[in-house]
Design a protein around this ligand. Structure first.
Ligand code: PXG
Length: 438
C-alpha cells in the first residue's frame, strides 16, 4: 500500500510523511503493554502520554465506563448536571490542598489552561481590578495548544507558526534548564533559584498591580523534564503574594501521582491559587480536565443578581457523565491500590536506572523528579532530533518498546505501579539501542 498517499489522518505533533512511510499502529492494550495491529506486544515506557499511570484498560475503570454509558451517556451540562460530575468535583477537591474547594470541568489540558487564565482575569475584574490583565508564563513552558496556553507557553516551535496572533500583554520568566551548571542532577537541581526573581523584575517593570496571573508547571514536562531549583516555587509564591498576583500551577502532567502525591503542590508544599489538571484525572480513559480553584476566587464571582450566569465560559462536554464516571473509578483505584505510595517507592529505583546513563558518550544530561525522567542525547551535527527519532523507531520496530522522544530528549513516564524488573529491562533495551546507533 502507498501509505503516504492513502492515509487521510493528519496526525497531531507527528512527522506525518515519515510516519506514513511505515505507520506504527496500536490496536489494543492491557496493563503495561500495547498490542499492535499485527499482534506484536510492546512495553509502554510513557504511560500513554503521561496519562495512564494505573496501566491500560484498568478493569475497574473499564467497568465503570461500561456501566455509565449504558445508564446515562450524556446530559445537558448547562443549568443541569449529572450525579457523576457532582461526585467527582467533590472527590477531587477533597484531595486538593486546603482552601481549594471548587472545580470546573473541561475536556483536555489545553482547555483547562485557557479556562484557568479566563477565571483569573474574571476574578480580578469582579474585584474591581480589571486593569490587572497581564499574564506571565515561562520559557519552555508547555500549556497546550489553544491561544491562551500558546501565548503563556514557551515552546518555540509552537509559537513560531502563530507568533503574530498570540495574546498581547504576556511576558515570560526565563526557563530554569541550566545544563552547564546542573547536568546530571538527581532530583531538584542545585542552581537557579535566582531565576524566580525574574517575576519581581517584571513587577517592577509593569507594576505588579497590572499583572493578573503567573502560570508555571511545577516540573516542566514537555520541555524534557525540568525540575525547579529548591525554593523556586516558594519564591514565586512569595512574590505573587506581595503583588496580589494569582499563581497557577499547570499540573496536567504532575497531578494524580506522578510526583507521589495527589498534587504537585503537595509534594512541593506550595499552594497555588489555581491548579489545572487533565490526563491522570481519568487515567486517560476518557478525555477530561479539571481546573481547581481557591475559594476566594469562586466567591468573588458569586456576586450580582442570583439568576445571572457568573462565569461566561463552559463546554458542551464539561462534566460529561461517562468521563466523570471514569474519573471516579480512577480515584477509587488510586486510593484502593495505594498508587501514590507505589510511585514514591519506585522513585529511587527509577532515578538509579536513569542515571546509569550518565557516563554514556551520547548522553549530555539526565534529569528526573518523581516518576518523570529525561535522558538528553547529544544532537547529531546538522540534524537535531534525528538521533532521538531513531531511538524511538528502533525501539518500536526492533525492541517492542514505546519510547517517547521530543527531538533528542528521551522522556520517561513510567506507570505509577510499574514492575521494577520490567522497568529495568526497558532501560537495558534503550542502552542497547543507544550503543548500536550513530
Ligand atoms: N499543560 C501541560 C503541562 C501539558 O503537559 C497540556 C497542558 C495540554 O494538554 P492537552 O490535553 O490539551 O494535550 C499538556 C499536554 C510530551 C507531551 O511529549 C505532553 C503533552 C502533550 C503532548 C505531548 O511531553 N502534555
Amino acid at each position: 500500500m502507498n501509505a503516504v498517499a492513502e492515509n487521510p489522518y493528519w496526525m497531531p505533533f507527528t512527522a506525518n510523511r515519515d510516519f506514513n512511510r511505515r505507520p506504527r499502529v496500536i490496536a489494543g492494550a492491557a496493563g503495561h503493554w500495547y498490542t499492535t495491529s499485527d499482534g506484536t506486544r510492546l512495553y509502554d515506557t510513557f504511560s500513554g502520554l503521561w496519562t495512564s499511570g494505573l496501566g491500560h484498560c484498568h478493569p475497574k475503570i473499564v467497568e465503570a465506563v461500561q456501566k455509565q454509558v449504558a445508564t446515562l451517556d450524556y446530559c445537558i451540562t448547562f443549568q443541569v448536571t449529572n450525579d457523576k460530575a457532582l461526585a467527582l468535583a467533590d472527590r477531587v477537591t477533597g484531595m486538593a490542598p486546603e482552601g481549594i474547594d471548587h472545580c470546573f470541568f473541561t475536556n483536555s489540558g489545553s482547555e483547562s489552561v485557557d479556562t484557568a487564565l479566563k477565571i483569573a482575569l474574571g476574578y480580578h475584574r469582579a474585584r474591581g481590578e480589571g486593569h490587572r490583565s497581564r499574564l506571565i508564563g515561562r520559557e519552555k513552558g508547555y500549556h497546550g495548544v489553544n491561544f491562551g496556553g500558546m501565548s503563556v507557553g514557551g515552546m518555540v516551535p509552537n509559537r513560531k507558526a502563530f507568533g503574530t496572533t498570540l495574546l498581547p500583554g504576556v511576558d515570560h520568566l526565563r526557563h530554569t534548564l541550566d545544563i552547564g551548571r546542573n547536568a546530571f542532577s538527581r532530583g531538584l537541581p542545585e542552581h537557579g533559584l535566582e531565576l524566580a526573581d525574574d517575576l519581581e523584575r517584571l513587577c517592577q517593570l509593569h507594576d505588579g498591580s497590572n499583572i493578573a496571573a503567573v502560570i508555571v508547571e511545577p516540573v516542566a514536562g514537555s520541555a524534557g523534564v525540568v525540575p525547579p531549583p529548591p525554593g523556586y516555587l516558594e519564591r514565586l509564591r512569595e512574590i505573587c503574594d506581595r503583588h496580589g498576583i494569582l499563581l497557577i500551577f499547570d499540573e496536567v502532567i504532575v497531578a494524580f501521582g506522578r510526583l507521589g502525591h495527589a498534587f504537585g503542590a503537595q509534594r512541593f508544599k506550595v499552594t497555588p491559587d489555581i491548579i489545572t489538571t487533565a490526563k491522570g484525572l481519568t487515567n486517560g480513559v476518557i478525555p477530561m480536565g479539571a481546573v481547581l480553584v481557591r475559594d476566594e476566587i469562586y466567591d468573588a464571582y458569586m456576586n450580582g443578581p442570583e439568576h445571572m450566569v457568573e462565569l461566561f465560559h463552559g463546554y458542551t462536554y464539561s462534566g460529561h457523565a461517562v468521563a466523570a464516571a471514569a474519573g471516579l473509578a480512577t480515584m477509587d483505584a488510586y486510593a484502593e491500590e495505594g498508587t501514590f505510595q507505589q510511585a514514591q517507592t519506585l522513585e529511587p529505583h527509577f532515578e538509579d536506572l536513569l542515571h546509569s546513563f550518565a557516563g554514556h558518550g551520547k548522553v549530555i544530561d539526565v534529569r528526573n523528579f518523581g516518576l518523570m525522567g529525561a535522558i538528553e542525547l547529544a544532537a547529531r551535527d546538522g540534524a537535531p532530533g534525528a538521533r532521538g527519532l531513531e531511538v524511538h523507531k528502533r525501539c518500536f520496530w526492533e525492541e517492542n518498546l514505546v519510547v517517547r522522544n521530543g527531538m533528542d530528549m528521551l522522556q520517561f513516564s513510567p506507570f505509577l505501579n510499574s514492575d521494577p524488573d520490567e522497568m529495568e529491562r526497558s532501560f537495558m533495551t534503550i542502552r542497547r539501542v543507544l550503543d548500536a546507533i550513530d
